[in-house]
Ligand binder design. Structure first.
Ligand code: ARG
Ligand code: ASP
Length: 711
């Protein structure tokens, strides 16, 4: 009977039930090539990653540490998301030339705009260095000593493994410490802004549509990599020339349809797919709700001010979007984990694991693992909660506290390293704070503080809180701090920081805002951090052993991929719709008609530029339309996460068909539990990108620079 049910289950499971996973490009041959071909891929693994010949990986640099980008012409033209280039677009904008509002298009190389702090990094090759990194580790018994030895080995190898002088070495762990890989990299620092659509296209739908399908955002921007005359990385110089890449993507305007093979190549940041059920329960029931509640309060305050005051709206727009992004994600993630029964499924998997452990006679090594997890996660619970409150309230969402924290670090630097270090750091701090205070409004922050400090006092574990909060009149504390603290203005802070270290520190310790942060931080550093670190170190060890057990004891054909760690990965799947809820099906492609359906004239999220409306009314889509319609976005079963923004979506033959930028609401839990029936990534169709460049912006010279293919 059970066998029969299993058979039936196997038969009705759609092919994509097998998918999910972020794979290491150098290991595709053995692990994935066959499956990729069965899904329709026409390339071989070595077309994607090869050390001796150019391959797709040579066109996929990481963009400024946090996003992905791809080269799309023989002259170093680079594509990424609008939200990845946002900072650069903003930094070139002024009231007269507001590129965020109106877009920017360089009509010649001379008009391209340099960006001092922007860099992109290519991967030259990847090598397994597990044996070298773990040298001398097995004989150590204590987890702390093991970690120390590993870190020593990593720094030694990073400095000594052979590479060219202009290249870099970086070593990263995979499978929770069971494997180590070395990446040889090349970083280019002269990367110029070439083009960006107005935010009403590049950020269409803004926060309301963020993490949501159906989606209609043209989330792209264009840059160009410049190199020295020898085509090697070089610091910015006007004499630099467009970089000639080893590979660049042909751009396909052949279009996508349901079931087409897709592959996304990029730098996913962080996932935790192998947490035990007890850890997921903690996220769902305690940690996410706490973080959501804090941000909810902060966002409501900011929103209230932003709606009434245009100046505040501009000041807080970027901050608001950033806070709202993960606030919204955690809500979706929590719902998704519940709805997909992730905890129950994990518990069932753990039972299976223990059965396999018993069958293999490996109780001594793995038999206590799950009980140990349970014990340690229970023990860490209050510390983890206190840590999240400290991070969200002090370090992230109350600006006065965040600033005071930086100043407190100055005091600590003085105590640890003396006057010279203090002076260096102070100059840096003053410089960095100028930007922050430009967008600081005392009234907004006071209201945020009042709400957040109340949450902190009421809900972060009481036993770790400083005296200063116990029984305090928080309303009075709020007006006292915002009435007297010098931290409420840039001028005030500069005044606080004048003079020699001793004077500054004495002055700081008189300031009420500073005093509060010092009390909060000292309490955190004494009561929470050491214990948290100690338990967390044990958990890290358990997680490594658990991963080892999973790798060792899972069926031979199990698809076990390493968690994301900001290294280059391949994920693949198909263009596919999904059923978000009962009786509802979402198709996989959106069109310009949908932009017009959402259009709200003058709205800050859903306004549409007149020129785009005109093109729509005339159906003037050139070669980019399909049966009289203009495709905009599409979704697929590619397993992506934060960092994959800007990643190329590639067709079966290696052409660029889309640009990844988000995931669907119902599937945001894919960082913890990937459910192939509802997890989808969202991409802009390259036809929409080219249409906007050519027809909307009139920058056809950029399209002419690309290799456009129709199939
Ligand atoms: N949710 C996407 C990602 O995590 C896009 C974020 C940018 N857009 C926004 N409205 N904040 O990065
Ligand atoms: N929007 C994300 C990013 O910026 C991608 C994601 O989380 O799906 O990397």
């Amino acid at each position: 009977m059970r066998l029969l049910r299993l058979l039936v289950l196997l038969l009705v499971l759609p092919a994509y039930a097998q998918q999910g996973g972020m794979w290491i490009p150098s290991l595709l041959k053995g692990m994935n090539e066959k499956e990729m071909k069965s899904l329709g891929m026409k390339m071989s693994a070595s077309d994607i990653y090869d050390v001796n010949h150019s391959s797709l990986k040579d066109a996929v640099p990481q963009f400024n540490g946090g996003c992905t980008s791809e080269v799309i012409s023989s002259r170093g033209l680079l594509l990424t998301n609008h939200h990845c280039g946002f900072g650069e677009i903003q930094s070139h904008s002024t009231v007269e030339h507001d590129y965020l509002a109106n877009g920017f298009w360089a009509m010649s190389l001379a008009e391209e705009l340099p960006n001092p702090d922007l860099e992109v990094t290519f991967i030259v090759r990847i090598e397994d260095v597990t044996t070298q990194v773990l040298e001398g580790v097995a004989s150590l018994t204590n987890e702390k000593d093991k970690q120390k030895k590993i870190q020593e080995n990593i720094s030694r190898l990073t400095n000594t493994l052979p590479k060219e002088s202009w290249q870099g070495n970086s070593i990263r762990t995979f499978y929770e410490g069971n494997q180590y890989m070395r990446f040889v990299t090349e970083t280019f620092e002269d990367v110029r802004l070439v083009g960006a659509p107005p935010s009403s296209i590049g950020k269409f739908g803004s926060d309301t549509d963020n993490w949501v399908w159906p989606r209609h955002t043209g989330d792209f921007s264009l840059f160009r990599i410049y190199a020295g005359k020898d085509n090697k990385p070089a610091k910015y110089s006007k004499d630099n020339v467009p970089y000639v890449p080893k590979h660049y993507f042909p751009v396909s305007i052949g279009g996508v349809k349901e079931d087409d093979f897709t592959m996304v190549f990029g730098y996913p940041g962080r996932t935790t797919e192998y947490l035990p059920a007890v850890a997921v329960e903690q996220i769902v029931n305690s940690l996410n709700p706490a973080k959501i509640e804090v941000r909810d309060a902060a966002l409501k305050v900011a929103d209230g001010f932003m709606r009434k005051d245009q100046a505040i709206k501009i000041q807080y727009a970027a901050k608001y979007a950033q806070i709202a992004n993960y606030w919204k994600k955690w809500i979706g993630e929590t719902q998704g984990l519940k709805k997909s029964n992730a905890v129950a499924i994990k518990k069932a998997n753990e039972k299976d694991f223990l059965a396999r452990v018993a069958k293999a006679g490996k109780q001594a090594e793995y038999g206590n693992l799950l009980a140990d997890f349970e014990k340690n996660y229970n023990e860490i619970a209050p510390y983890a909660l206190a840590r999240d409150y400290f991070t969200e309230v002090v370090l992230r969402n109350t600006e006065l506290l965040t600033t005071a924290y930086r100043l407190y670090q100055l005091e600590q630097i003085y105590n640890a390293r003396g006057e010279q270090s203090f002076n260096d750091r102070r100059d840096n701090t003053i410089l960095g704070l100028e930007e922050i205070y430009k967008n600081f409004n005392k009234n907004v922050d006071e209201k945020v503080f009042e709400q957040l400090i109340a949450l902190y006092a009421a809900k972060s574990p009481k036993q770790f809180q400083p005296e200063i909060l116990k029984g305090a009149d928080l309303k009075a504390m709020t007006s006292e701090i915002y009435g007297s603290s010098k931290l409420t203005s840039y001028e005030g802070v500069k005044e606080l920081l004048k003079g020699d270290a001793k004077t500054v520190i004495a002055r700081l310790n008189e300031d009420k805002g500073y005093k509060l942060v010092k009390a909060l931080t000292d309490a955190y550093n004494t009561n929470v951090a050491p214990k948290y670190d100690e338990i967390n170190l044990r958990i890290t060890g358990l997680q490594r052993t658990y991963m080892k057990g999973i790798l060792e004891l899972s069926p031979k054909d199990a698809r076990i991929f390493p968690d994301a760690n900001s290294t280059l990965r391949v994920t693949y799947g198909k263009v596919d719709g999904y059923q978000p809820k009962d009786a509802t099906y979402y198709g996989p492609v959106t069109y310009l008609d949908g932009v017009m359906e959402k259009y709200i004239p003058g709205d800050y999220e859903f306004d549409v530029p007149q020129k785009l409306i005109d093109l729509y009314n005339k159906k003037d889509y050139g070669r980019y339309g399909e049966n009289g319609k203009m495709p905009v976005c599409f979704i697929g079963t590619n397993h992506t996460t934060g960092g994959n923004s800007g990643s190329p979506a590639i067709d079966a033959k290696g052409n660029l068909i889309g640009l990844n930028f988000d995931r669907v609401w119902e599937g945001t839990m894919s960082d913890i539990y990937y459910d192939p029936s509802i997890c989808r990534n969202i991409m802009v169709d390259m036809r929409y990108v080219l249409f906007i460049i050519e027809k909307y912006a009139g920058a056809k010279h950029l399209v002419d620079e690309m290799k456009v293919v129709t199939k």
